[in-house]
Design a protein around this ligand. Structure first.
Ligand SMILES: [Fe+2]
Ligand SMILES: [Fe+2]
Length: 357
């Protein structure tokens, strides 16, 4: 058990915390926003649907879900080094993004007076604290807990206007649901592949994420101009940015996907399909996943990102030029993807949706 149940003496700024605090295009970020503008949010246009959703939160169905059972510890086993490394990377990036949600939602509670918002953000901050805590406990088994308090103070916060918070957070909650449920279903079919007990928690867990996404769907429905005119271009942008980031990042973890019995491209497209289906509840446009140029464009981005990582590893002046050129090529590849035709959606009268995957 060389890489399991190690204890760290000082968890202050261990490797996991450093990695969680690193800023790259692919790592999860922390956000801040215009809290005064949030105060003006008016949920009256969707009051009925909102109250039904709030009742779900008040019932708190996952109150006792994030407790380890008897066999959790026994199921932890030593992993081959390459898989261990990628699994830790996956766990650190997951805990960072769960905690990023907690910090944002908690900040909204502390810095706004809007009673609807404060109530729902209290629920969501509660859920994300549970998620981050559960992941971090699993990291502690490997001697690698992320120091979340340190992260809250040290991490750079990116400012997003409220509408960008809605688009980005809506998508990240829904894609989080799609990722967790796809992994859960895979291990349901192939329990022999389940190399860590935490995956057994993913089903009820992802229903929290689904519900969080519903909150932002209703916030956007309450203010329909967020879904019209030039905002459609922003929605396209966020859809593409979120999908492309996930595609590049997942392909950097080949061992992890192999251990799960997934081809990373198949896994990602399954997640994109689920997320696209869900997002049609509220987004007037979606990306055309069946367009071969879409797949080719994502692969181009991936190759550019790999070449850039290679140049960075080599170092030196020439590598700097090479990376700058690759940066331009990456931006061009992104623009080409962005200009592909999109699918238009007729929005349903009732936006609420159930997690049926
Ligand atoms: Fe979460
Ligand atoms: Fe969430």
């Amino acid at each position: 058990m060389s890489n399991v149940t190690r204890q760290t003496k000082s968890p202050a700024i261990n490797e996991a915390t450093q990695s969680a605090n690193t800023e790259t295009l692919l790592t999860p970020r922390f956000y801040t926003t215009d809290f005064d503008a949030l105060n003006r949010l008016d949920m009256e246009p969707v009051r009925k649907e909102w109250e039904v959703l709030m009742d779900e939160f008040r019932r708190d169905g996952n109150h006792d879900h994030f407790q380890r059972d008897e066999s959790f510890k026994q199921e932890i086993r030593e992993l081959p080094p390459a898989l261990h490394k990628e699994f830790m990377d996956f766990m650190v990036s997951s805990v960072t993004s769960e905690y990023s949600g907690h910090v944002l939602y908690k900040d909204i509670v502390n810095k706004t007076e809007n009673p609807d918002l404060r109530e729902v953000m209290t629920f969501m901050a509660r859920d994300e604290a549970r998620h981050a805590g559960f992941l971090n406990k699993a990291l502690r088994d490997y001697g690698l807990p992320v120091n979340l308090n340190f992260l809250r103070k040290a991490k750079k916060y990116k400012y997003f206007k409220p509408k960008f918070i809605y688009y980005a957070t809506y998508l990240s909650e829904k894609i989080g649901y799609a990722r967790y449920i796809t992994i859960y279903r895979q291990f349901e079919r192939h329990p022999e592949l389940r190399f860590h007990p935490i995956f057994r928690w993913f089903r009820d867990w992802c229903n929290d994420e689904f519900r969080h996404g519903e909150v932002f769907a209703l916030i956007m429905k309450a203010d329909p101009k967020l879904l019209r005119g030039h905002n459609k271009l922003w929605i396209r942008f966020f859809l593409l940015a979120v999908f492309a980031t996930m595609y590049v990042r997942d392909h950097k973890r080949p061992e992890l996907h192999q251990a799960m019995g997934f081809d990373p491209t198949d896994y990602d497209f399954r997640v994109f399909e689920i997320t696209t289906k869900i997002s049609q509840q509220i987004f007037p446009v979606s990306l055309d996943l069946d367009n071969p140029a879409f797949r080719a464009g994502l692969d181009r981005l991936l190759r550019i990102s790999e070449a850039s990582a290679e140049a960075k590893a080599k170092g030196g002046l020439l590598s700097g030029f090479k990376r700058a050129a690759l940066g331009v090529a990456g931006a061009a590849a992104f623009v080409r993807l962005y200009t592909l035709p999109v699918c238009r959606n007729e929005l349903p009268a009732d936006v609420r949706m159930a997690p049926n995957w």
